[in-house]
Design a protein around this ligand. Structure first.
Ligand code: ATP
Length: 507
């Protein structure tokens, strides 16, 4: 499902009596999300990402603007009519219900329009098929659940459900046939007897319907006088609900925990239950509000991979809200970086990292974070202190564009953007840093350095190849052009140097 957000704005009114001003939480936001895409809304606390998500969900009304799901304008539609699945950061599971009942909850009052089938006949045929073609497996599965010769009906049935993708009630019926108690000599007779009985039942149903002049087609669907399948709007049956729960449980891999209460699960498992509950109604759009924030570091990694897999398998258009840039970069197709309710940049995560449009975005993405220096442009040269870090042919364009005028700039250099100059005469453009600390971590070496022109931070972090021989003290570095970004000192907008990539904004 494609989503279009058009000029979306949300103002929370203040209170003039208490001298509280209006808060513009979301300001003229425009985002197009393609069908099947996982998009991350990313930004620091208070940037309006949750408010945007709640407007998509219908839980908060926009002050102005529109939200479209495909061809439907859903701006003023009630949440339950939008076809969304929402996962909150605190999971919001019902503690007194089993996992099964938690996942079932959204389905209880759901009305659907479906072709009417004769489920009794279809179930009987399914049992015949299973015990004709998979008899050994069926019996083994039931017997494997034996505990001190006592069979747990629940466990035995559950195993059949997983293996053969059938509903629980059907599995219980198979269990009750008692095949596991038969001796091998009697077994084939018993199977034949069951099949005969089921066939007889089906014939009786068909005779009964024929007497009432009710016709079924070859798929056992009810048909009208024009031989067209009959549709009916109704609640889901117990079996249909069960089938949906089992299918979703398999997808998010919680099928082993269906009988437990949420308190008997780990945080990651609880989050998967919350995702299952959001997916069980097969929503058009999945909305995730900081879904990993309550998990420890290891589970976060695992669960974010899970979310990616589930999203890919279902192909469901997903909006994911997070303040964790690494999380967003690792799983999203596109990210939207937000600041104070305004979109700063939207593109593939790597493009945003490689081509930040302003200082805010450059600082927000990357671990370790970008090193920011205060500098200036003079006569087509970029300076940090009295050192020229960029000049020459590439900078010759500086003269031709107005925004490349002389003046104060910020210079952001990614940790991996430094080249250590062993031979001090190697490059004319260089930056001197005082190397305070060296630590080698496998392939990489990390240097902690100081420089008097660092903006805000006291120290810069540099990552270079661990085979480089670096000494402590004052050292010179050349700067890689694709890892250095210059920003206007007033507007903090990017000033492109010649030869630098500009991916623009993804539409
Ligand atoms: P966080 O990561 O902290 O949840 P966020 O980016 O999701 O932050 P929002 O919750 O969308 O930010 O809030 C955006 C702005 O709107 C904030 O300044 C917040 O204080 C304000 N805000 C949110 N809800 C209300 C409200 N009900 N009444 C007044 N102001 C609100």
């Amino acid at each position: 499902m494609e989503i279009k957000i058009k000029h979306l704005t949300k103002v929370f009114p203040g209170d003039p009596k208490k001298n509280i001003q209006d808060t513009v939480a979301v300001d003229d936001l425009n985002i197009d999300i393609k069908d099947g895409e996982l998009i991350g809304l990313l930004g620091p606390s208070g940037c309006g990402k949750s408010t945007t998500l709640y407007m998509l969900a219908g839980l908060k009304a926009p002050t102005s603007g529109e939200i479209w799901f495909g061809d439907d304008d859903v701006t003023h539609l009630a949440p339950e009519k939008r076809g969304i699945g929402l996962v909150f950061q605190n999971y919001a599971l019902y503690p007194h219900m089993t996992v099964y009942d938690n996942v079932k909850f959204p389905l209880t009052n759901l009305r659907i329009s479906k072709i009417k089938v004769n489920q009794k006949i279809l179930d009987n045929l399914k049992i015949i098929e299973l015990i004709s073609n998979n008899l050994d497996e069926v019996i083994d599965l039931i017997k494997s659940s034996t505990y001190k010769n006592k069979l747990s009906k629940e466990v035995a049935s559950r195993k059949l459900v997983f293996k053969f993708h059938i509903v629980t009630l059907l599995a219980k019926r198979i269990f009750k046939l008692g095949l596991q108690y038969e001796t091998s000599e009697n077994l084939s007779n018993k199977v034949q007897q069951i099949i005969d009985e089921l066939n007889a039942k089906n014939k009786a149903i068909l005779d009964f319907l024929a007497k009432k002049n009710i016709k079924l087609n070859e798929k056992y669907e009810y048909i009208d006088e024009n031989n067209q399948p009959v549709r009916e709007t109704r609640r889901l049956t117990k079996d249909e609900i069960d089938a949906l729960i089992q299918e979703t449980a398999r997808l998010v891999q919680i099928n082993e925990y269906l009988d437990r209460k949420p308190s008997e699960l780990s945080g990651g498992q609880q989050q998967r239950v919350a995702i299952a509950r959001a997916l069980v109604k097969k929503p058009r759009v999945l909305l995730l509000d900081e879904p990993l924030s309550n998990l420890d570091a290891r589970l976060r990694l695992q669960t974010r991979e899970e979310i990616r897999r589930i999203q890919k398998e279902t192909g469901i258009t997903t909006v994911f809200v997070t303040h964790d840039q690494e999380e967003a970069m690792s799983i999203c197709d596109d990210i939207v970086v937000m600041k104070l309710g305004v979109e700063m940049q939207k593109n593939h995560p790597q493009n945003v990292y490689d081509d930040p449009h302003n200082l805010f975005v450059a600082k927000f993405l990357g671990t370790p974070p970008i090193n920011v220096f205060e500098g200036y442009i003079k006569d087509n040269k970029v300076y940090i202190g009295d050192e020229v870090i960029y000049k020459g042919k590439r900078a010759s364009k500086l003269e031709e564009k107005e925004e490349f005028k002389d003046g104060k700039v910020y210079i952001g250099i990614r940790p991996e953007g430094f080249i250590y100059l062993e031979n001090k005469s190697e490059a004319k453009e260089r930056l001197t840093m005082e190397v305070k600390q060296l630590s080698t971590m496998g392939r990489d070496m990390s240097l902690i350095c100081t420089n008097p022109f660092l903006n805000q931070d006291d120290e810069a972090k540099i990552i270079i190849d661990s085979s480089t021989k670096v000494e402590l003290g004052k050292q010179s570095f050349a700067i890689k052009l694709d890892k250095m970004f210059v920003f206007d000192g007033e507007t903090e907008e990017r000033i492109y140097l010649r030869g630098q990539v500009n991916y623009g904004n993804q539409e």
